[in-house]
Design a protein around this ligand. Sequence first.
Ligand code: PMP
Length: 386
Amino acid sequence: MPDLKTALTGELRQRQTRSLYRYRRVLEGPQGAEVQIGGRRILAFCSNDYLGLANHPAIRTAFMQGVQKYGVGSGAAHLVTGHSRAHHALEEALAVFVGRPRALLFSTGYSANLGVISALIGRQDAVFEDRLNHASLLDGGLLAGARFKRYRHRDCQSLEVALTATKARRKLVVTDGVFSMDGTLAPLPALAAVADRFDAWLMVDDAHGLGVLGEKGRGSVAHFGLEMAQVPILVGTLGKALGTFGAFVAGEEALIETLIQQARTYIYTTAPPSAVAVATLASLRLIETESWRRDKLTRLIAQFRQGAAQLGLRLMDSPTPIQPLLVGDAGAAVKLSERLLARGILVTAIRPPTVPEGSARLRITLTVAHSEAQVARLLEALAHVL
Ligand code: PMP
């Protein structure tokens, strides 16, 4: 057996030659339309801060007030002594926001998805997931130890076939509300109808719909006018449109109490800092009251799609701020991203295994922090590099 260094170095080199090596960029300041990297100000189109709230003055102030009141660390897990009045108030506000009896905070969306799926199903059960679900949902399905079936992307018939074939005790259907690398919506009404027909539970991860879609930004479930009975398990994340950090699960009292008893990623982890909860409460208020943010986003999306169509670019069927440009080859996607960077524009290349083989892309995201002039600059740069 080769030693650790030799084995890993070989793998890393392979990654490099296949254009699959992942690099980090070091930001010297906050999120925004422009970011500071290596002394340069760069126009960025790749954050998930869709509503431009990650550096909002009111949310910054709330965060600092939260630190004044609660300090920095929460000191323990929620079930030990880490659960504060601020966490509790945020859970209540999130439940009201999405119109459900209860909500439960998790430290991250990744851990929420692992915890929820593995708390609800086990060996005698089956989980059905869209092929292109987020990694955390797929990992949760694998961790649960249930029969794990991936159905074809956004394909209810494929789901039906899989459900027909199962004799499992419990059946859990899991989907992204908005697919994170495509920006497209899951066919939630049709999925809910199939789940209902087969007595399966539907779980929606609305990481990219919350704050952006639906009345007052209540998300993709609200966008489609679905009730809790149709989507009994709803996951939302706080690190994207809400501009802060963390995640929550919302649903029935019995669901939330079960998660408190059984979700290992809830029980065995330190509660997030209370100041984050205070900041998120401020963010939630802005999201509900400032509908102009969603209106502006809609205008920017339309501007970008129109401009891209005029350039003959291949866009996906996305009504959301996620507007990927399909490239195909990983190396070509990386080159385009580098050429854009040379023109002062940051768009990351997304490659396999994050997306299927042969579908590398530039994942362009628009945010309320962008101006129309900046979107025009992006289009101009794309015209040059393509
Ligand atoms: N679900 C989806 C659909 C996501 O895109 C992400 C983040 N990329 C997550 C869950 C994980 O959320 P978090 O970043 O809070 O761990």
